[in-house]
Unconditional design. Sequence first.
Length: 312
Amino acid sequence: MKKNSFKLSLCTGVSTLICFFLCVFIQDVKAQNALYVGDGGILYLKKDLPLVFNGNLSRSATGNVVFEAGTNLSSLTDYFAGSAGSDYVSVYGAGTTVVPVGSSIVRSPITIVSNASNDNFSIGYFLNDPAVDVSASLDAALSSSNYFLSDDEYWTVNKVSGTSNGYVISGTTPKSDAKYDGSDGTSYKMVWFNGSQWEEYVGDQKEGSFSYVSQKSALGIDDEHNIGEFLLYPNPVSAVATNVYFTLPANVQQLSVTVYDVTGKRVANYNNIPVRVGVNSISKPELSKGLYFLKFSFNNRQQYMTKRLVVQ
């Protein structure tokens, strides 16, 4: 066994007692850079474990890692990586825990305060669009201020057992290249999904899904990223019309269309629109008379074009 390349693989059927002794054993293994939990294994890490560990801590699909509350592994140079860029970590007990969730692509640790000694909870990080997995709806306070939900990431904190009313969450950082309705982020708020919509998270005891929103002004919805020739018609369109028609340049794939009002509030969204040569269309949402913006996002959301639509 070479120093700095220690690998611990716990196999199916290993008892909690054996896991404990293995944890005690690795106290004397310093400056490790590869710790792995094998199929069906369970690795318990106690908060007072004097393990110097500055590398990758990973597991198989059926392995499990459990932290005692109060553990801080913020010095890890890599984080849990699941097959789809996400993974779960379990924590038990009361205390402040820095949980090293994330992936080999993104490090997204989260700090969680639990206050019940009988608590057992799991934490996950997902490189997915929360609007698809959870919900896209923002509460009125956020949507009226032109905030948009992340397209790329969210965390989950869920109680498995115990008597806590929830957990205080902090220490997260929005992904540096995350998009918000297809645009770069400028200012951020952490949000929590309350079961029906996303609301600003203000640091109280909660559990469930957490993500970020970013604000952008109506002035950001313009034609500055013109790509090819888009034609939108009829324009103006009647308030009672059922469809909006448009033509696209030949290089457009993976099309989505989002409709905004003049304040920048999203009023309708269409994903994965079939693209064909010639005239394309979407069903027109119920819109009052006035000015709207149709944002065409395409080519894996790397390009976009915005057209003004008058409803009369």
